[in-house]
Design a protein around this ligand. Sequence first.
Ligand code: ZN
Length: 144
Amino acid sequence: MATNYQEALEKGWATPVAKDTFTFSEDGKPHFVAAKCTHCGTAVFPAVLRCPNCFKADMTHTPLAAGGELKSFTVVRQGSPDWKGDVPYIIVQVTTDDGVKVSTQLLGCTPEQAEIGMRVTTDIRPLFNDAEDRQVLGPVFIPA
Ligand SMILES: [Zn+2]
């Protein structure tokens, strides 16, 4: 499925939710892109301009491991007035296999199936359509 999104991005049928949010490995697997401090090695997702650990502005972009472990989650049962997605939805905090904390949406399971400690993997999904009716793609986790 991710390969189709990669093609959609390349052909301009879709657009990423933000620049440098995710990339694809050669096998088509989506990877979230973090900012990594060249001074102290701290990695942060989403990317930031200044390191939250040493406060230096020497950040480079690095793809994160696709796999991770669900550390915490909450179920949102009523969206904000402008929310166009389904409810309920699940917001998770995941620690990737390279040790970076990432918060985003968990898709592909029900709130009852989500549990702390479960293995998840990165994916890309349409979040909404923009004014030009292109799919706006964002990073999510799905059960591994
Ligand atoms: Zn640093």
